[in-house]
Design a protein around this ligand. Structure first.
Ligand code: CA
Length: 217
């Protein structure tokens, strides 16, 4: 899952990106509204965290422009007494909001819920036969027994599981798992798949040769 953070306060921006990466997201940062709309329309993000008070282009205007072409879920960050900002933001197409200052754990929980809803899943647990993926706790069990995964393995499994029944190309997987600053080689996708097969059984993730990977619905 790939998230764009549009935030101009350096300390908060850094903390957000770091927290997202620790949770296994690919996270990109834009530090003003113009960079924000450019990045938001150039790549497919699973969600965008958008501060409203931004230099060069305000968050509300960014959101209006984004909604002309994209449905990416957006969580806006607003000032404590910015009631009208919140209303304007939701009217402009934001999906959720948080008032500053906020707890990172709440932001992460809201993002998970936002991404889940945007993919049409109401339940936090994705069941694939014997395997259960709890997207709230980011844990995987098989017949109730916990299966330890690395952050990247989990991110890859969750991505394929969210889009189960659909073929996901290696390019899309790479794009969703690694941010702009990541120069990891694209063949690591295959390495992670092979590790997941060792841990979860070889039949869960199917290779469509030359096309990508799929978890059958
Ligand atoms: Ca700001």
């Amino acid at each position: 899952m790939r998230v764009l953070v549009v935030e101009d306060e350096p300390d908060l921006a850094r903390a957000l990106v770091q927290a997202l990466r620790e949770e296994g997201y690919a996270a990109d940062l834009a530090q003003d509204g113009v960079e924000g709309i450019d990045k938001a329309t150039a790549s497919d993000y699973d969600a965008i965290v958008l501060d409203l008070m931004l230099p060069r282009l305000g968050g509300l205007e960014l959101l209006r422009r984004l909604r002309l072409s994209r449905k990416t879920p957006v969580l806006i960050l607003t000032a404590r007494d910015g009631v009208s900002d919140r209303v304007l933001g939701l009217d402009a197409g934001a999906d959720d909001y948080l008032v500053k200052p906020f707890a990172l754990t709440e932001l992460l929980a809201r993002l998970r819920a936002l991404i889940r809803r945007s993919l049409g899943h109401a339940d936090a647990v994705i069941q694939l036969g014997e395997i259960a993926i709890d997207t709230a706790t980011r844990t995987v069990t098989r017949e109730g027994v916990s299966i330890p995964l690395t952050a990247r393995e989990y991110a890859l499994l969750e991505l394929l599981a969210h889009y189960r029944g659909k073929l996901i190309s290696r390019t899309v997987i790479y794009d969703r798992l690694f941010g702009d600053d990541d120069d990891t080689l694209s063949n690591v996708v295959d390495v992670h798949v092979s590790h997941l097969r060792k841990k979860l059984g070889k039949d869960l993730i199917v290779t469509r040769r030359g096309q990508g990977y799929i978890i059958d619905a």
